[in-house]
Write a protein that binds this ligand. Structure first.
Ligand SMILES: [Zn+2]
Length: 149
C-alpha cells in the first residue's frame, strides 16, 4: 500500500493506494488524484507505478515538469522522464506538493489484520494507529487475511 499526502489549494489530503495498478495525477476528472484549475498542471500529468518492487513516477506531460526530491537529491523530470520514489520522497506538480509518507507491504495470506474503526481500511495487526486518520487501533476488529466473502 502506498500512502501519499499532498497540499493543494491550502488543503492537506492523505490517501492510501494499492500497488496493483498505476495512480494517475492530473487536471482531468478521470485522474485518480485530480488537481483542478491550474495551468501548470496538465490534464494527464504523472503516473505512479510499481516496477521491480520499487515505486516509480513517470512524467506524462508534454510541457510541464515534475520536480522530485529523494532525501537531498533533487531532479527535474521533463516529458517521459522517470524516477524512483523512495519512502519520504517529495515531488511537485505545479503548485501541488506531494510526499510518499510510507510504502506498506501487501498483506500475505494468513496475516492478522485490524480494521480501522474510523475509515474501515485494513492494516497489519502490529500498527498502533491508522496511518491515514491517526485513529487508535487498540480496540479494532481483528481479521485474518484474505477476508472471507
Ligand atoms: Zn483509519
Amino acid at each position: 500500500m502506498i500512502i501519499l499526502k499532498w497540499h493543494y489549494n491550502d488543503e492537506l489530503h492523505k490517501e492510501a493506494f494499492g500497488k496493483e495498478r498505476p495512480i494517475t495525477i492530473g487536471r482531468s476528472n478521470s485522474a485518480d488524484i485530480v488537481l483542478e484549475g491550474n495551468a501548470q498542471v496538465s490534464r494527464s500529468h504523472a503516473s505512479l507505478y510499481y516496477k521491480d518492487n520499487q515505486l516509480h513516477i513517470l512524467n506524462l506531460s508534454k510541457k510541464n515538469p515534475v520536480d522530485v526530491q529523494n532525501s537531498d537529491k533533487h531532479r527535474r523530470l521533463n516529458s517521459d522522464d522517470d524516477a524512483v520514489l523512495e519512502e519520504g520522497a517529495i515531488f511537485r506538480i505545479g503548485p501541488a506538493q506531494f510526499q510518499v509518507v510510507s510504502l506498506e507491504p501487501e498483506p500475505h495470506d494468513g496475516e492478522l489484520m485490524v480494521q480501522c474503526p474510523k475509515c474501515g481500511r485494513y492494516w497489519p495487526a502490529s500498527k498502533l494507529d491508522c496511518p491515514i486518520d491517526g485513529w487508535s487501533l487498540a480496540n479494532a476488529r481483528t481479521v485474518r487475511w484474505p477476508l472471507e466473502q
